[in-house]
Design a protein around this ligand. Structure first.
Ligand SMILES: [Zn+2]
Length: 199
């Protein structure tokens, strides 16, 4: 049986991406083969450019094209409020509502014992440091309404009690259980923000 080495290598690399199994990787590879050469080149260029030009903001941990992201460097944002999200993707969804005027803190994931992700893997110490250094008076917990997201919110709520003057709120349960922020529509996220409740 003969092999096409370049095909095997392409399938192997695509298959390393999260959520892409071997079958999907093979289908994607065959699709790439049928694409116009210039389209394949553009796809490859965009991936490389995205990787080269995108950083994590040194303040909030969100995505940025410079050391500090536009939200963190915007002096017109409410400086004393932080919205805590799991991932940078969630930040964009909340930004799209246009309702939230504070700033963000990206945890970089959620506590997930099954995946071996403990609190030490998240940007929690950075959050505490920011609350103190930046005079934060409200933290809005906007983790996802699934088991791990809720666990993370409960864990943070307990630890945040150490900051006596801090108001800790959580997104209203307008988000259907299991619906991740990144897939929720703008109105749902907006209502969840408006109806946030104090913990
Ligand atoms: Zn930032």
């Amino acid at each position: 049986m003969y092999k096409i080495r370049a095909l095997d290598e392409c399938v192997f690399e695509l298959g390393r991406l999260p959520g892409v199994g071997r079958k999907t990787a093979a289908r994607l590879a065959m699709h790439i083969l049928k694409m116009k050469p210039e389209d394949v080149q553009r796809l490859a260029d965009k991936i490389v450019a995205f990787k080269e030009n995108t950083l994590f903001c040194s303040v909030c941990g969100g995505l940025s094209e410079s050391e500090v992201c536009p939200v963190c460097s915007d002096k017109n944002r409410v400086q004393e409020t932080l919205c805590v999200v799991e991932d940078a993707k969630d930040l964009f969804v909340i930004e799209q509502t246009g309702y939230y005027k504070g700033r963000y803190h990206v945890l970089g994931g959620k506590i997930s014992p099954l995946d071996g992700i403990g609190p030490d893997k998240l940007r929690i110490e950075e959050l505490f440091k920011r609350i103190t250094d930046e005079g934060i008076n409200e933290v809005i917990l906007a983790t996802n309404p699934d088991v791990d997201g809720e666990t993370t919110a409960i864990y943070l709520t307990r630890l945040l009690k150490r900051f006596e003057q801090l108001k800790v709120t959580k997104l209203a349960s307008g988000l259907p259980l299991g619906t991740h922020i990144e897939y929720a529509d703008e109105m749902t996220v907006l209502r969840a923000l408006e109806g946030r409740r104090e913990l």
